[in-house]
Design a binder for this molecule. Structure first.
Ligand code: NAP
Length: 293
C-alpha cells in the first residue's frame, strides 16, 4: 500500500500512474480539495491539509494498522518566489508542519521525500553535484528544503533530489509551464526561454517511474539519492524540443540570458545546477536516463 501526501499535484499524478503501472499496490492519497478527484478500485482519496492536525490524524488513523506502508511525501509550499515573499508561511508548511507529520509517521516502513537540486546552489565549472557535496542554496526555498531533508534524515527515511521537471499537467484545471509553452507555440506566439542556465532536467513520468522503482527495492537505499537526467539542458533547449515535437516554427522560441532578463524571477536562482546521477543508475542497474519530451 502506498500513501501519498499531496498526491494531486503535478508530480503526484504521475506518481499515481507509475504505481498503478509498475506495482500491484493500492494507493491512499491526500489532497486539500478532493472534489476534483475520484476514488477507484485502487485509489482512495482523503481530504487533508497538513497544517490541520485533525485532518492529518485522520490519515494516520486510516493507515496505522496496514502493513508495509510506503509513504511518498510531496506536500510543500514550493514556488521559490512565493516562498521568498512569505518566508514564515513557507517555513511553517515546509519545515514545522513537515516535522510534525514525520513525527506521526514514525512507524511506517518506508518514506520518500521529494527534495530539489536547489539545495546545491550554483554549479561552478560545469560541476555535477553528488549526493554528499556541501549544500549551498541561493534562495529561501532551497534553504527550506535543506531543513526538510535534515528532518527526514533524522528519522532514517529517504530523500530524493529532483531537477527541473516538466511535462503536460494531469491536474484538472491546472496547466503546467509545459502546457503554456504548447499553447503559445500552437497559437504562433513567441516564447522567451533562458539559454544560459542549465539543469539535469527530467520529464514527470521518468521522475515518477524512477522513484517507484526505488521504493519497490527490498534492499537498503542510501538516504539521499539524486533522480536526474543525463543531459545538461537549458529551458531554451527544452523549448526547441517541444517546438520540434509539435512541428511548430522553432524561430518562435527566443533565447534570452539570465542577466538580460533579471525581472522574470523575484528570488535569486542558481544560474546552473547540474546533478550527477551515477548513484541511482548503480542502484537500479540502468545505464542511461534520457530526457524525453
Ligand atoms: N516540479 C519540479 O520541478 C520539482 C522539482 C524538485 C522538487 N519538487 C518537489 O516535488 C513536490 C511536488 O511538487 P509538484 O511539482 O508536483 O508541485 P505541485 O503540483 O504544486 O504539488 C505540491 C503539492 O503540495 C500540496 N500542498 C501544498 N500545501 C499543502 C498543505 N498545506 N497541505 C496539504 N497539501 C499541500 C499541493 O496541494 P494542492 O493541490 O491542494 O495545492 C500539491 O498537491 C514538492 O515538494 C516540490 O518541492 C518539484
Amino acid at each position: 500500500m502506498y500513501l501519498i501526501i499531496g498526491g494531486n499535484g503535478y508530480l503526484g499524478n504521475y506518481i499515481i500512474q507509475s504505481i498503478l503501472a509498475l506495482t500491484n499496490d493500492d494507493i491512499v492519497s491526500t489532497a486539500r480539495n478532493i472534489s476534483n478527484v475520484a476514488n477507484t478500485s485502487r485509489i482512495k482519496w482523503i481530504k487533508c491539509d497538513i497544517t490541520d492536525d485533525n485532518e492529518f490524524d485522520n490519515v494516520i488513523d486510516f493507515i496505522k494498522n496496514i502493513n508495509n506502508i510506503k509513504v511518498i511525501f510531496l506536500a510543500a509550499y514550493h514556488h521559490p518566489d512565493k516562498v521568498a515573499e512569505n518566508p514564515q508561511f513557507a517555513w511553517n508548511i515546509n519545515v514545522t508542519t513537515l516535522s510534525k507529520c514525520i513525527n506521526k509517521l514514525f512507524f511506517v516502513d518506508k518514506l520518500f521525500y521529494a527534495s530539489t537540486d536547489s539545495v546545491y546552489g550554483n554549479s561552478i565549472n560545469n560541476h555535477h553535484f553528488k549526493e554528499d557535496d556541501v549544500l549551498n542554496p541561493v534562495n529561501i526555498y532551497g534553504k527550506n528544503k535543506c531543513a526538510a531533508e535534515a528532518i527526514i534524515k533524522y528519522y532514517g527515511f529517504n530523500v530524493v533530489r529532483y531537477p527541473f521537471l516538466i511535462a503536460h499537467s494531469l491536474v484538472k484545471n491546472k496547466l503546467h509551464f509545459y502546457d503554456k509553452i504548447v499553447n503559445d507555440l500552437k497559437s504562433q506566439k513567441e516564447i522567451e526561454m533562458f539559454a544560459d542556465s542549465f539543469r539535469s532536467s527530467l520529464n514527470f513520468k521518468t521522475a515518477a517511474d524512477l522513484l517507484i522503482k526505488l521504493c519497490e527495492l527490498n534492499t537498503e537505499i542510501p538516504h539521499i539519492v539524486n533522480i536526474s537526467g543525463d543531459s545538461d539542458l537549458s529551458k531554451y533547449d527544452i523549448g526547441l524540443m517541444i517546438a520540434d515535437k509539435l512541428g511548430a516554427d522553432k524561430s518562435l522560441v527566443k533565447p534570452i540570458t539570465m542577466n538580460e532578463k533579471n525581472n522574470i524571477f523575484i528570488s535569486e536562482r542558481a544560474s546552473s545546477t547540474l546533478m550527477d546521477n551515477s548513484l541511482i543508475k548503480n542502484i537500479l542497474n540502468i545505464d542511461k536516463i534520457d530526457f524525453i519530451i
